[in-house]
Design a protein around this ligand. Sequence first.
Ligand SMILES: NS(=O)(=O)c1c(F)c(F)c(S(=O)(=O)CCO)c(N[C@H]2CCCc3ccccc32)c1F
Ligand SMILES: [Zn+2]
Length: 263
Amino acid sequence: GAKWTYDGPQGQDHWSERYPYCGGALQSPIDFESDLLRFDPTLRPIEVQNYKLSPNEQLTLGNNGHSVQLSLSPMMSISSLHNRYTAAQLHFHWGSASRPAGSEHTVNNKQYAAELHVVHYNSDKYPNISTAVDKSDGLAVLGVLVEVGMFNPAFEHILKFINGIKYRDQKVKVPGFNIRALLPTRLDEYYRYDGSLTTPPCYPSVLWTVFRNPITISRKQFLTLATALYSSNAQDSAPMPLNNNYRKTQPVDSRLILVSFKE
Ligand SMILES: NS(=O)(=O)c1c(F)c(F)c(S(=O)(=O)CCO)c(N[C@H]2CCCc3ccccc32)c1F
Ligand SMILES: [Zn+2]
């Protein structure tokens, strides 16, 4: 992708110089501060389709210099929203070995170790994600907060291949697995708000659903994620570790943050 980073001269405080939307309204991520939350009884449990992929299905796991991303089957979708949103990819944001705090969304300013995003586009209205990415009703992202705790077997389907994509633009083929196992048990408790891509070009095109309950990965799994990858190419003389790839929380302004749960 284009040259932007999370820190330094092309870091997030400078994104708006080249990507105007990054300095605009409806930006993500945000802090879910208790006083700003409003219970909405019309928020239905999230329903996903075809998330249980066959191991015969081949997915592409890649290092795009900003994150580790996994391509997803176009059979996968969210079916409980007003339009059908078809899955495109999932990726992660994380902290570092010395600071296991790298989630993008925070809860009363508590930052979790990492965050998983499953990116979908409105396939009722748009033919592909590239067309949908800058439309106000274009994208729906499911966010899952990740904390260090119990070992997570589902996470191994990604971590066991991570040494094949250590450097930017490296890709490997991996067998499909049950992506539903990466989501929390309860899909009925979540935060909901209108926001944006959390990377340039920061289009305000995302219907955000962040589940209330985190998933866990073990400390060893977290350290693997936080130390395995570089944002630089394999041939670069100075390897740049890929970590702390999270955007700081953005102003909520007059936005409503809805919740599907009470207390
Ligand atoms: N946090 S976030 O806002 O969900 C988020 C990221 F943080 C993130 F790094 C990516 S990226 O890996 O593509 C690198 C920079 O765009 C995306 N890509 C999305 C939106 C851009 C176009 C596109 C095209 C195909 C598949 C996915 C995507 C992203 F949506
Ligand atoms: Zn993301």
